[in-house]
Design a protein around this ligand. Structure first.
Ligand SMILES: [Zn+2]
Length: 83
């Protein structure tokens, strides 16, 4: 798997944005503007490209897991973590 959510640290919601730290070779700050649904990262990749960098992808994956786990709690579906 390309994305390791163990490297994602959710810092919390400030105003209308979610804040994350993504720890790789260096730590990057990622934020998600909820209303605009826009991701931002402080790494060099996003400043030269419109595409999502690996840090943003890691945070997206983390959010998806969170959504799924809420659903799972309701339906009590047991799944094994996929690696
Ligand atoms: Zn990045």
């Amino acid at each position: 798997m390309l994305v390791d959510t163990g490297k994602v640290e959710y810092k919390g919601q400030i105003g209308s944005s979610f804040y994350f730290s993504v720890i790789s070779e260096s730590t990057h700050q990622v934020l998600f503007r909820i209303k605009a649904e826009k991701w931002m990262c402080d790494c060099e990749f996003t400043s030269i490209s419109e595409k999502d960098c690996s840090h943003i992808l890691a945070c997206k994956h983390w959010l998806n897991l969170k959504k799924n786990s809420k659903l799972m709690n309701k339906k009590e579906i047991k799944t094994e973590s996929v690696k």
